[in-house]
Design a protein around this ligand. Structure first.
Ligand SMILES: Nc1ncnc2c1ncn2[C@@H]1O[C@H](COP(=O)(O)OP(=O)(O)OP(=O)(O)O)[C@@H](O)[C@H]1O
Ligand SMILES: [Mg+2]
Length: 351
C-alpha cells in the first residue's frame, strides 16, 4: 500500500512539474538573453560610460530620457540602471509604465502621482536607505501632449523622492519642457559586427550550429534592430541549424514582411484580403498598431512613388488619430481603404 502511495505521489509530482508553464524568459531568446547589467549592453559604449559617471553620485542623478530606434537597448538599459541603483528590491521600487497601453491624462494623474506620493511617505519615514524611487515611462512618445504637460508638474512635485526615465523612439514627440528637465541619451542602431557577434554567442550557448552568412543576412534585413535579429535567429533555429535558407524562410513568416504584403494588397485595391491579414497580424502575431503604421510607412517609401505627398498626408493623419486614442482596428482598416483609393500602383517612378 505504502509503495503504491509513494508511486502515486511521485506521479503527481511529476505531473505537476510537466504542467508548470515555462517562463517567458525560457521560451523567448530576447528575454533569456536580455542583459541584467550595464556592462552587458553592447554597442552603446558612450551611453554606458555616461551613465556610470552619473552613478558615481547617485543622489544627484538627474531625470533621464532615452531615445533611438527599436531594439537598440533603451528599455534594457533603463532596467539595468534601476537594478543597479535600487538593488534587490528594484522591482518594488520601480514603477514601470508602458505609456502606449494607458495613454492619456488619466494614467498620468492616477498611477504616477499615486506612486510618487506613496514613495514620498515611505522615504520621509526613514524606512528606506535608497536615495529615491524610479518611474520608468516606456514609449513616452505615445503619450498625448496634454498628458506630458500634466507630467511636468508631477516631475517637479516629486523630484525629491523620484527619478523619471523616459523612453521614446521619436524625441520630437516629447514636449520641450520635459526634454529640458532630462539628460538625453541617443541610442544608435546596433552595428553589423556587434549583431553578428551577439547572435553567434547565442548560438553557442544554445548549441546551435550556424553559418556566418546567415547572420549577415539577418542583419541586412533588420538593419541594426537587435530584438528583431534575435527573433529571426530563434525562428530560423527552430528547424535545427541556422543557414541562409532557414533565415530567409524565417523572415518570410515574420510580422514585418506580412506588413509589406498587406500594404501591397491594399494598394492593389484588394481591401477585404488586406483587412483580414491586418487583423491576423494584430491579433495573432501581436504586432502593435503603431508598429504597423511605422513599418507600413517604410514599405510605402520603398515603392519609390512618383508623388508621395498624398500618401504621406494620409499616414500622418492616421498616426495622429491613433495617438489620440481612436479605435486601432477601425482606423487601420480605413487607412488600407484610403491606400486602395489612391491608385498608387500606377504612380511608381519610371527609372
Ligand atoms: N544594446 C543591446 N545590448 C544587448 N542586448 C540588446 C541591446 N539592444 C537590444 N538588445 C536585445 O533586444 C531585446 C530588446 O531590447 P530593448 O527592449 O532594450 O529595446 P528598445 O531599444 O527598448 O526597443 P523599443 O524601442 O522597440 O522598445 C533585449 O531583450 C535584448 O535581448
Ligand atoms: Mg523598449
Amino acid at each position: 500500500m505504502n509503495n503504491f502511495k509513494l508511486a502515486r505521489d511521485g506521479l503527481y509530482i511529476w505531473m505537476e512539474k510537466q504542467r508548470k508553464p515555462k517562463e517567458i524568459s525560457d521560451i523567448m531568446w530576447v528575454e533569456k538573453y536580455r542583459p541584467t547589467r550595464l556592462d552587458q549592453i553592447i554597442n552603446q559604449k558612450e551611453i554606458v560610460k555616461g551613465l556610470e559617471n552619473l552613478l558615481k553620485k547617485p543622489n544627484e542623478l538627474p531625470h533621464l530620457l532615452f531615445t533611438g530606434s527599436a531594439g537598440t537597448g533603451k528599455t534594457t538599459t533603463a532596467l539595468c540602471l534601476a537594478r543597479k541603483i535600487l538593488g534587490e528590491n528594484w522591482k518594488r521600487d520601480t514603477l514601470e509604465l508602458n505609456a502606449s497601453d494607458e495613454r492619456g491624462i488619466k494614467m498620468v494623474r492616477e498611477r504616477v502621482k499615486e506612486f510618487a506620493s506613496i514613495m514620498k511617505l515611505s522615504i520621509n519615514q526613514d524606512t528606506d536607505d535608497k536615495p529615491f524611487k524610479i518611474i520608468l515611462l516606456d514609449e513616452a512618445d505615445e503619450m498625448t501632449s496634454e498628458a506630458q504637460t500634466a507630467l511636468r508638474r508631477i516631475i517637479e512635485d516629486s523630484s525629491k523622492t523620484t527619478r523619471f526615465i523616459f523612453i521614446c523612439n521619436y524625441l520630437s514627440h516629447i514636449i520641450e519642457p520635459i526634454q529640458s528637465r532630462c539628460v538625453i541619451f541617443r541610442f544608435s542602431r546596433v552595428s553589423e559586427d556587434e549583431i553578428v557577434e551577439y547572435l553567434k554567442n547565442i548560438c553557442k550557448s544554445e548549441g546551435v550550429k550556424v553559418e556566418e552568412n546567415a547572420l549577415h543576412k539577418i542583419y541586412e534585413h533588420t538593419n541594426g534592430d537587435l530584438r528583431y535579429s534575435i527573433n529571426i535567429l530563434q525562428a530560423a533555429a527552430a528547424s535545427g541549424n541556422v543557414n541562409v535558407q532557414q533565415v530567409q524562410s524565417a523572415i518570410g513568416i515574420s510580422g514585418r514582411s506580412k506588413i509589406a504584403e498587406i500594404v501591397n494588397l491594399a494598394i492593389n485595391s484588394k481591401f477585404n484580403e488586406s483587412r483580414i491579414k491586418l487583423l491576423e497580424l494584430l491579433n495573432v502575431y501581436g504586432v502593435s498598431e503603431t508598429d504597423f503604421l511605422r513599418y507600413a510607412n517604410e514599405e510605402i517609401y520603398k515603392l519609390e512613388l512618383e508623388n508621395p505627398f498624398e500618401v504621406s498626408t494620409i499616414i500622418a493623419e492616421y498616426d495622429y488619430r491613433l495617438a489620440n486614442g481612436a479605435h486601432p482596428e477601425i482606423q487601420l482598416a480605413a487607412f488600407l481603404a484610403q491606400l486602395g483609393k489612391l491608385n498608387l500602383k500606377n504612380n511608381k517612378k519610371s527609372i
